[in-house]
Write a protein that binds this ligand. Sequence first.
Ligand code: HGY
Ligand code: MN
Ligand code: MN
Length: 432
Amino acid sequence: MTAATHSSHDPLSATDAGERAVARCDALGVPPYSEAADMLFRPYLSSAHRAALEALSAWMAEAGMTVRMDGAANLIGRYEGRERGAPAMTIGSHIDSVRNGGRYDGALGVMLGVEVVQALHDRRSRLPFAVEVIAFGDEEGSRFPTSMTCSRAVAGTADLSVLDQWGPDGVALVQALADFEPGLPPFSSAARRPGDVLAYLEAHIEQGPVLEAEGLGIGVVTAIAAQKRLSARFTGMAGHAGTTPMDLRRDPGPAAAEAILLVERVCGAEPGLVGTVGRIAALPGAVNVIPGEIVFSIDVRAPTAERRDAAAALIGAGVAEIAARRGLGQSVVVDQALDASPCDPDLTALLETAVAGVGVAVRRLPSGAGHDAMVMADLCPTAMLFLRCRGGISHNPAESVSPADAALAVRAMSRFIEALAESWPPTQTPPG
Ligand code: HGY
Ligand code: MN
Ligand code: MN
């Protein structure tokens, strides 16, 4: 039974847009829409991803949209404007999750987009442009090394070498796409012509504590922080844990411990800078073997690319110094770098008016989390709306958002879209 059939007797049948959007995220929070039964894990091109798109297709169709899958396995619902084939205002977010993730990171932005179109459909309202809702298949990078693969495909900025990346199961992305949907058009065909997409709006939980602390249900994003993903490695000599004296070892383990403290020290030195070692492995990974290698990830973020790069350089130099002092090999490779992305000022002004229009004091705030909006900014002007989440918790099953805040967001997004329609076509050049 797919989640879509729940709509006959679950909260999914709620008539309130906020309640239904949250209920749909909840419905997708368990198998078959998660690869695991004990946590939410919905990686790109998994069977859980497939099942989620099936349910989402039905919900998009219910909202009067035609539905298609592009060459990167993004699901795109389209609600025509007054003239068929008109350029589209896009609303989207990602449908994949981190391992042991929350139900609302990404998915809520997609469901809110569906609700905005549902409201237009219910009113039989047509706008001077089409409205498209996009569920990006990969934003988290929880299966393949790089992230935001799918919004890059749409923005036309994806390096096609991503297709040769292997996931932990040894399956290359290009193969995973063919397995996911035989007959899918080429990955590169997902790229949209700049004139086809007018603007991009993303609603997302804040994943931070500000809105909750200030008693606000929604807020307006000003910019998205710059980020860098690094893969680091210390190489020593594997050996017997019982027979090798401590002073004769070349053990990379303690070196990694020093490096993790180095990341904390460098990134704790200035406000706005953050650094995380989220994944670490001792190889070969046996209890009674001194590891030959330690591999670990480093995620560095800062308000600007310059401060991000300065921190990453300090960390790289520190890793080299630790390795030299301990007689180890080392490497630090940049897997991915994303520059800071300011939201479009004209769209953001419209969004602020819409937020005030639903009776919420306008709170502007930056995003430390990365979002597909920072990639879509290469294609069109972007704006982002944040929703309060309990305790600012995210990337954690305790992630929580209220149906009331979700309903507020739908109302603000709808006002934003209507205001854009009223100002369309722009007398001056399109926003951004
Ligand atoms: O890592 C991030 O900021 C986002 O959750 N992908
Ligand atoms: Mn996330
Ligand atoms: Mn997200």
